[in-house]
Design a protein around this ligand. Structure first.
Ligand code: PLP
Length: 420
């Protein structure tokens, strides 16, 4: 294809996507209203943006930001901190906060995300296992990779009855796996089912990549919902502006547990200063519903053009979405590498570098990554990762603006055309 043909295909595809984009705009509007109402109720003012130092007792910026997050997520309490270095850190604090030595953790939706494996099953560093927490995994998908909610629910009920977990972990996003992303409805159903059989089981949701993709988030409730939702601020809720950090929102008790783990028992969430000030966390949350919509449109656009070119994509362009991740199977290494290099060339930062596969620690196959972000490693910005193995799948996500996200995809198509 020539550059002109690619542009023509893009324009046609985009106009066909108008109804899908309208749906995404509707979700963004609803979530924007939710965020604005929370800002108003919490009386966000300029005083919330001042920098603080030292212990940070009575830090208004921190306290009000956490009030806003709790309100937006329908939770009693929140811990929103630059002191969480990433999503893994927030989820780990959440798990350690609800579990004690001798406890039992049920991974209710399959193997957890890679970075949580050493936290739960590791043999060093003070993992849950080393503290005497035993863990079990309920498979999410069938042996052939397909998903049946009923069969999963059957396995889940059996595991809850036999294993009698003190805590359960539910992962919303597919992460870097070929599995379905769970909707807030489905997560609520899983939480209800667990608590019906075992009311004392505390539930932690890994909400990474899911925030603001749908009109509502998983329900927080001590009796018939999750105790904690956790995620990263350099993904969806940071809106592309938060420079670092993570969050947990949930019941008072579960948030306090995570705070005691992040800081120290006896201090919990009552202290912590930030010399950078919290303005970008507020502004990022304000932007987040819109920014997430831009990323979702970018993913939908990629799904539509790449499936037109004959590649298998998931989810499909018209499918309802619950996270920002798009997978594309390229079938062969050459178009995958060309795609990754095009994404890199279409980034605002580091557009001149060439991504190469490398042997990343913890992975069996070489991995190639494309990203050129303002906030280092931020995956709400256009980025893609791909393990170099069958079926040569790219996992792509992000895009701060649809215009730039679309250009990134077009650049990738140009690289693929040149390589043929
Ligand atoms: C990103 C992510 C995490 C946490 O990753 P960090 O890089 O530590 O922020 C956890 N679970 C899922 C599903 C994720 O996508």
């Amino acid at each position: 294809m020539t550059k002109e043909e690619i542009r023509k295909l893009a324009a046609e595809t985009e106009s066909e996507l108008a109804p899908v984009f309208r749906r995404i705009d509707g979700i963004s509007s609803a979530n924007t209203e939710k965020v604005m109402d929370a800002f108003s109720r919490a009386h966000v003012s300029e005083a919330c943006f001042v920098q603080t130092t030292g212990y940070g007792y009575d830090d208004r910026g921190r306290t009000v930001l956490e009030q806003v997050y709790a309100d937006v997520f329908g939770a009693e309490a929140a811990l929103v901190r630059p002191h969480f270095i990433n999503g893994t850190h927030a989820i780990a604090c959440g798990l350690f906060g609800v579990l004690r030595g001798g406890g039992r953790l049920l991974c209710a939706t399959g193997m957890p995300y890679d970075t949580l494996v050493p936290v739960i099953f590791g043999d060093r560093g003070g993992s849950l296992k080393e503290y005497g927490v035993t863990s079990e995994v309920v498979r999410l998908t069938e042996e052939d990779g397909s998903f049946s909610a009923e069969k999963h629910m059957e396995r889940l009920r059996k595991a809850v009855k036999e294993f009698r977990p003190s805590a359960a972990l539910i992962q919303r996003s597919r992460g870097y796996d070929q599995r379905p992303t769970l909707s807030p409805d489905m997560i609520d159903r899983i939480s209800r089912e667990i608590k019906l059989l075992s009311p004392e089981t505390r539930i932690v949701v890994d909400n990474c990549y899911g925030e603001f993709v749908a009109k509502r988030e998983p329900k927080v409730s001590r009796t018939d919902g999750a105790d904690l939702l956790c995620g990263s601020l350099i993904k969806n809720p940071g809106g592309g502006l938060a420079p670092t950090g993570g969050y947990t929102v949930g019941t008072k008790e579960a948030v306090e547990g995570a705070a005691c783990r992040l800081v120290a028992p006896g201090i919990g969430g009552e202290a912590g200063s930030y010399a950078g000030g919290y303005r970008l966390f507020y502004q990022g949350l304000f932007m987040a519903p819109h920014t997430v919509a831009q990323a979702v449109k970018t993913a939908v656009f990629a799904a539509a053009v790449l499936s037109r070119l004959g590649y298998a994509v998931s989810p499909g362009a018209e499918d309802e979405r619950f996270d920002i991740i798009q997978t594309v199977n390229f079938g062969r290494p050459e178009p995958l590498l060309a795609f990754m290099r095009g994404i890199q060339a279409g980034s605002p930062v580091d557009s001149f570098v060439t991504p190469e596969p490398w042997d990343m620690p913890g992975y069996d196959d070489p991995v190639v990554m494309a990203a050129g972000a303002f906030v280092s490693g931020a995956s709400i910005e256009l980025s893609a990762d791909a393990p170099m193995r069958e079926p040569y799948t790219a996992f792509m996500q992000g895009g701060l603006t649809f215009e730039s996200g679309k250009l990134g995809i077009l650049k990738a198509l140009e690289f693929m055309a040149e390589q043929k």
